[in-house]
Write a protein that binds this ligand. Structure first.
Ligand SMILES: Nc1ncnc2c1ncn2[C@@H]1O[C@H](COP(=O)(O)OP(=O)(O)O)[C@@H](O)[C@H]1O
Ligand SMILES: [Mg+2]
Length: 282
């Protein structure tokens, strides 16, 4: 019989490439201060794909920002390769929900610029950008401007832009959020095929539990705001390679969904309740 993993951190022997050690994040000072996250601890091994789920406003983006070095924790620390994060984390690539393509540059120039700012010569940067655009299925679209590309194609350019510096850690914050369901599935498959060829550590934030289970090795659940904590950590022991659409038909997939939703349901309800209170407040 299939037994879903328990809500405890799995034991691993590999050293963590990313470690959150009792991280708390507080915004503001004094009586008006707001504690978004409290005592979050998490280890991500090199090459591991970890998804973070939790109700809206629970601090998922906040935790990614701490790992990226864009936000300093008010207590605890983030470590990358055993070193405390201070300033921007060079080992990490970041992909947001809204891509940040420059509308006046072609797909090729948008990807190449990620190398050029690091001092790579323009000719070499463009050559490498061309190779990466081919890997994300855009070989024929290198000269298009962002407005001439579909939402899925723009997302592929943004993926290429993130990957071209060859970061060992990928921080992805609801990256496929604005896409339709079919395109999301295709992007998930593309991400998994790129990842399996060249495993990076991935921290993937999503509010979509099915997306989390179909992509990740582990799904980490955060509790509702304020003072959110990491309340569960489920190992997803589904076979790879996976197809985003087909893995969802597996009975084991539904067992994971039921087990994790069991953790998540009350937190989502709390978050909705807090929103309603906020809306009815004078
Ligand atoms: N720079 C900031 N200043 C004040 N509050 C913030 C700031 N960034 C985030 N917050 C608050 O912290 C909480 C967590 O935000 P966030 O990490 O964006 O949530 P999530 O990504 O899970 O939806 C929210 O209540 C948000 O309003
Ligand atoms: Mg967010």
């Amino acid at each position: 019989m299939f037994v879903p993993s328990q809500a405890s951190a799995p034991s691993r022997t590999e050293p963590a490439i990313v470690r959150l050690d009792q991280v708390s994040v507080r915004f503001g000072v004094g009586p008006g201060a707001y504690e978004a996250v409290r005592h979050a601890s998490l280890d991500v091994a090199a090459g591991e794909f970890v998804a973070i789920v939790g109700p809206t406003g629970c601090g998922k983006s906040t935790l990614l920002n701490v790992v990226a070095g864009l936000l300093a924790p008010s207590a605890g620390q983030a470590l990358v390769n055993g070193r405390k994060v201070e300033g921007v984390t060079r080992e990490a690539g970041y992909l947001f929900q809204q891509d940040a393509l420059m509308p006046w540059k072609t797909a090729l120039a948008n990807v190449a610029v990620a190398l050029e700012v690091g001092g790579v010569a323009p000719l070499e940067a463009r050559e490498r950008a061309r190779g990466l655009l081919a890997r994300v299925g855009l070989a024929r679209f290198t000269e298009r401007y962002p407005h001439q590309l579909s939402g899925g194609q723009r997302k592929r350019v943004a993926l290429a832009q993130m990957l071209i510096r060859n970061p060992s850690i990928l921080l992805m914050d609801e990256p496929f959020g604005p896409l339709d369901a079919q395109t999301r599935g295709m992007m998930g498959d593309l991400l998994l095929s790129l990842w399996s060829a060249d495993r990076k550590a991935v921290l993937f934030v999503t509010h979509d539990l099915e997306e989390a289970i179909s992509l990740a090795d582990r799904v980490v659940v955060m509790s509702a705001a304020p003072s959110s904590r990491i309340m569960a950590d489920h190992c997803i022991d589904l076979p790879r390679p996976r197809s985003i659409n087909e893995i969802r038909l597996e009975p084991a997939f539904h067992d994971y969904r039921r087990a994790i939703w069991n953790d998540l349901r009350d937190e989502v309800m709390k978050a909705y309740g807090a929103q309603d209170e906020g809306e009815s407040a004078p």
